[in-house]
Design a protein around this ligand. Structure first.
Ligand SMILES: O=c1ccn([C@@H]2O[C@H](COP(=O)(O)OP(=O)(O)O[C@H]3O[C@H](CO)[C@@H](O)[C@H](O)[C@H]3O)[C@@H](O)[C@H]2O)c(=O)[nH]1
Ligand SMILES: [Mn+2]
Length: 743
């Protein structure tokens, strides 16, 4: 047998992608040919031709960025079974869970995530789980207290029987597999455990329903009596402490609700993460930090071991500032009506290309950071620049903990404090809302403020410091999470992401500055640019989407006509790009329908979420409004409602542009068809704009959920106020087009 000590913990495997490169280049040349043709014939075409030229120039630029991202895909394989032989003792890890609203994020979900974390295969005395509750909710606290009691049964059960999925709501969603030869002991314990979980769930759900817990609010609960979630002091409570430091005990469990005051900005999730960083700093101060959203449970008990293979297996730490796991969802509707499967494609085919450059982005959940990276250190620094106090704030306890991290002592030895509860006071201090004033938190240190996608921004700062990041894709997947299903929720989430990305574009952390002033690799800068300018694409896409109705109404052309050979170039581009994208879906084992649904959703989100994000950022830039983090509602059940899948609408203005586009295309198609029927020969000479008509048909099909919305009532119907606005806007467009073409 080979000596395990000498075997590496990880293997870097470049993916062969000759075919992909060739296709990427061919598509690029098709773009170039189309652009050249348009440029050379600009003078004999109208304004639509010029606009199309400008839009396609933007799409070509985006394509160049795509080629850069795709060029060298790389995968990593990790070998957790070699870890212990190789490093002797594993380091400790602080695990952060964030939750913010007990109604949108039911406590039972957070509880399941926490239970799955407490039960991972890792020495329990090396773990601490911190739950940040921005809702300052008695219900969440109560649920965690109850969960910690259940955990005393659950964790040993999972370890004894090597249960894979340690989130009970998923584990108990299926019955025992009767075909397996299972011991009677296991069957008995399984039944007891299922019953215990049922009771836990009932207690929590009853409390949530009544918004009340039985008994007086005394002891630890007293802090929650008459609490205002937007205006309260910080609450830090050690719910469970592994006092004897038992490797097979339960990890520490700590509840944190930072201080909130209406006059102090709290910076949403980024603010919560920074408080968790400091609170854990004065309590356990582990050299590694794992963070997950409240709905992202651990699906593979070996997850931390896998991550360590990418954090400890390097000669130079520079290679691994953080390790990101793909974000995968457990609830999926048939054929994915809302286009969430694009993320499966993204993590499987797009991310490996980025891994081959400087490493994946930080995705906000399912990520392990080195604490010193969060403290703003670059790979070749042993200490920070500037005074400790103005950097980290003036908590004596926190200041004492920082040097252990910066010097790396904490990587080697683990000096756990004797008594966690005795640090609660220090923890309360660093969780106060004035703590960060006149410090570097939110800028050089911690999670960076100023973007609704604090994850991408924070990752960018880390990459700009010269760190690389690792990408870990174990089988089964490390974490599974929830995804919104339903019109407004999905569009709101995408709007928030798009807004956050644009905020990065206009911030001091712009990737171009990262190259000039920092150590961001040029190709990584291009990758970041391709992502943060992605929402801007809504503008050329809107323009492009308006061209077919404009042209049909005014009998002009923005696409080459059938008499121009260039029509082959534009059709080839369309067909190849569609097949290219379809091939991703098929290679992921997804259906053609699922690909189509995604195509459709991309058109819809472009005209809704992304368009609005551009507006939001412009308003913010003009100082007219602030961006907020609108929390995505989470589902309580692991099962899927099969009747779901229809886009839902509300009165939000976000639906107006989409509805207007649809009305325009329907009008254009009606006009085009009438014209053909009434005067079939009059337009034969120019073949009545075949390309434009095809585009309009494609758009109407893409907006099919809106077409259905025209005829439905209730949440599935487009509200009449939205419809009136859209009718007004589209009439205006028709008038302006006709007026412009007659002048
Ligand atoms: O004021 C807030 C707002 C949100 N959260 C938490 O942030 C997490 C993400 O919020 P969610 O509404 O689920 O947003 P998503 O769009 O699903 O989140 C994705 O996008 C975010 C922004 O890019 C990342 O932070 C997340 O990790 C990533 O999963 C949740 O755990 C929330 O509880 C807070 O703690 N405080
Ligand atoms: Mn989420």
């Amino acid at each position: 047998m080979a000596n395990l000590i000498s075997l590496p913990l990880q293997e870097r495997i470049p993916r062969n992608n000759i075919l992909q490169r060739a296709t990427d280049i061919i598509i690029f040349f098709l773009f170039l040919s189309l652009l050249s043709y348009r440029f050379l014939t600009l003078s004999n075409h109208g304004v639509a031709w010029l606009l199309a030229f400008l839009c396609e120039s933007w799409f070509t630029l985006c394509w160049v960025l795509t080629i850069n991202s795709n060029w060298n895909p790389v995968e990593y394989r990790t070998y957790p079974e070699r870890l212990l032989q190789r490093v002797g003792e594993v380091p400790s890890v602080d695990m952060f869970v964030t939750t913010a609203d007990p109604l949108l994020e039911p406590p039972i979900i957070t509880v399941n995530t926490v239970l799955s974390l407490l039960a991972v295969d890792y020495p329990a005395h090396k773990l601490a789980c911190y739950v940040s509750d921005d809702g300052a909710s008695l219900l969440t606290f109560y649920s965690l207290v109850e969960a910690s009691k259940f955990a005393k049964l659950w964790v040993p059960f999972c370890k004894k029987y090597s249960i894979r999925v340690r989130a009970p709501f998923v584990y108990f969603s299926t019955e025992i597999d009767e075909s397996l030869d299972l011991s009677p002991d296991f069957r008995d314990e399984w039944k007891t455990m299922k019953n215990e979980y049922k009771q836990l769930r009932r207690r929590i759900e009853e409390a949530v329903q009544k918004n009340y817990i039985a008994g007086d609010l005394t002891g630890d609960f007293a802090a929650f009596s008459k609490i205002d979630p937007k205006n309260h002091p910080s609450i830090v409570k050690v719910i469970w402490e592994n006092k004897e430091n038992l490797p097979d005990g339960l990890p520490h469990l700590i509840y944190v609700s930072r201080e909130k005051r209406p006059v102090h900005p709290h910076h949403f999730k980024a603010g919560a993460m920074n408080v968790l960083t400091r609170v854990s700093g004065v309590m356990t101060n582990s050299p590694f930090i794992l963070n997950v959203d409240c709905d992202m449970f651990v699906n593979n008990p070996q997850t931390i071991l896998h991550a360590m293979c990418l954090l400890l297996g390097f000669e130079q730490e520079k290679e691994s500032g953080f390790v990101q796991f793909p974000q995968i969802f457990y609830r999926s509707l048939k054929d994915d009506p809302f286009g969430n499967n694009q993320f499966i494609v993204f993590w499987k085919f797009i991310m490996p290309g980025i891994v081959g450059i400087q490493g994946p982005f930080y995705g906000g959940t399912g990520c392990f950071h080195r604490r010193k990276v969060i403290y703003g250190l670059s790979p070749d620094e042993a200490t920070i620049q500037g005074a400790m106090e103005t950097t980290f704030g003036n908590s004596v306890h926190f200041m004492k903990s920082v040097p252990q991290i910066l010097s790396g002592i904490k990587d080697k030895t683990d000096c756990q404090p004797a008594d966690l509860s005795s640090t609660e006071e220090a923890a309360n201090e660093v969780a106060s809302c004035v703590y960060e004033y006149n410090t570097s938190w939110g800028e050089r240190v911690g999670w960076v403020y100023g973007s609704a996608t604090e994850d991408v921004l924070t990752g960018l700062r880390i990459h700009s410091k010269g760190w690389r990041s690792g990408y870990c894709t174990p089988d089964p997947p490390a974490f599974l999470g929830d995804t919104p299903s339903g019109g407004p929720a999905i569009l709101t989430q995408q709007k928030r992401w798009a807004t956050g990305l644009l905020e990065i574009l206009v911030s001091n952390y712009n990737p171009i500055l990262g190259v000039i002033k920092g150590k961001l690799l040029i190709r990584q800068c291009l990758v970041y640019l391709s992502v943060i300018i992605w929402p801007l694409r809504a503008l050329p896409e809107l323009c492009y989407a308006l061209l077919p109705p404009y042209c049909i109404l005014t009998t002009t052309y923005f696409l080459p006509t059938v008499w121009e050979p260039a029509i082959f170039v534009s059709s080839a581009l369309f067909v190849i790009l569609s097949l290219y994208n379809l091939s991703y879906y098929l290679r992921c084992g997804l259906s053609i329908r699922s690909w189509w649904n995604n195509q459709r959703m991309t058109r819809i989100t472009s005209a809704t979420s992304r368009l609005f994000s551009v507006l939001v950022v412009i308003l913010k830039f003009l100082g007219l409004s602030e961006t907020v983090f609108e929390i995505t509602p989470k589902h309580q059940d692991s099962s899927v409602d099969t009747s779901a899948g229809e886009l839902t609408f509300d009165k939000s203005p976000i639906f107006v542009p989409g509805t207007t586009l649809l009305l325009l295309h329907m009008t254009a198609l009606a006009v085009g068809l009438l014209r053909i029927l009434l005067q079939p020969w009059a337009h034969a000479g120019s073949w009545f704009g075949l390309g434009e008509i095809c585009c309009s048909i494609w758009m109407v099909l893409s907006f099919w959920p809106f077409v259905k919305g025209l005829f439905k009532k209730g949440v599935y119907g487009i509200p009449s106020s939205t419809l009136y606005k859209s009718v007004a806007l589209s009439s205006l467009f028709v008038h302006l087009s006709l007026w412009a073409s007659s002048n």
